[in-house]
Design a protein around this ligand. Structure first.
Ligand code: SF4
Length: 231
């Protein structure tokens, strides 16, 4: 049932055109490209979630990157943020390889599902509140479909807020609203929400988020999910 439900969500996501500004942007980026990817065919559509239908951990980002997920068609794939994230997922036992470069690169994720609050790349990485709300039902459906889920790792304050909104829509309202912070934890209904700085270049280049900081959060998520954590 989980597989079927996730396939249904994916089928609905990839044809969505509900946000005119984001549709225009994602398609313009896909047409114009950047010089280093000029010879590639861009995906240019909404990017579905990716991972293990039996996931106990949901790893939640903000939205696909213009020349990352919007190019490759897989979330956190083909950009520096993805390199940083999947290297950690590999070290922490969630991924079979440390790199994520294309949809056919052999990457397999076990125990985790990777998704984002918004499924279309937004200009300046900033969806409007209206665009966030338009996309949240996809996240709500994913959380409901992932029947083994017990932990959500929110990458950044936008994802933290989006997760809380989706959980509230599913009847799990946290009061008072938990505050985002790196390493923050909150029990929300049957789930534990964990905060983590987003692996954006702005954070990783400045050292605000280091590989070991990300590993601590991912190992904690792994442990909350009841999986043995690799040394
Ligand atoms: S951001 Fe979400 S709701 Fe808006 S067009 Fe993309 S997939 Fe549809």
């Amino acid at each position: 049932m989980t597989n079927e439900a996730l396939s249904g969500i994916e089928a609905d996501v990839v044809v969505c055109r509900a946000c005119p500004r984001l549709v225009t942007w994602r398609e313009q980026v896909a047409r114009e490209k950047v010089a280093r990817f000029a010879g590639q065919e861009y995906w240019g559509r909404p990017v579905p979630g990716f991972g293990d239908p039996g996931a106990r951990v949901l790893i939640l980002g903000l939205a696909p990157a213009a020349h990352g997920g919007n190019r490759t068609g897989r979330i956190f794939t083909g950009d520096r943020s993805g390199d940083f994230l999947y290297a950690s997922l590999h070290r922490c036992g969630f991924a079979n390889q440390p790199t994520s470069v294309a949809r056919d690169d052999g990457l397999q994720v076990t125990g985790a599902y990777v998704s984002a609050v918004n499924r279309c790349a937004p200009p300046s990485n900033k969806p409007t509140p209206h665009e966030r709300d338009a996309c949240l039902p996809f996240l709500e459906r994913e959380i409901a479909a992932l029947s083994e889920l017990c932990c959500i790792a929110a990458l950044g304050a936008f994802a933290w807020d989006g997760a809380l909104r989706a959980l509230a829509a599913l009847g799990h309202r946290a009061k008072p609203k938990p505050r985002f912070g790196h390493g923050a934890e909150a029990a929300v209904g049957p789930y534990t929400l964990i905060g983590c700085f987003h692996p954006s270049q702005q954070n990783t280049f400045t050292g605000k988020l280091t590989p070991s900081m990300l590993d601590v959060v991912m190992r904690r998520a792994h442990s909350l999910a009841g999986c043995p954590v690799p040394e």
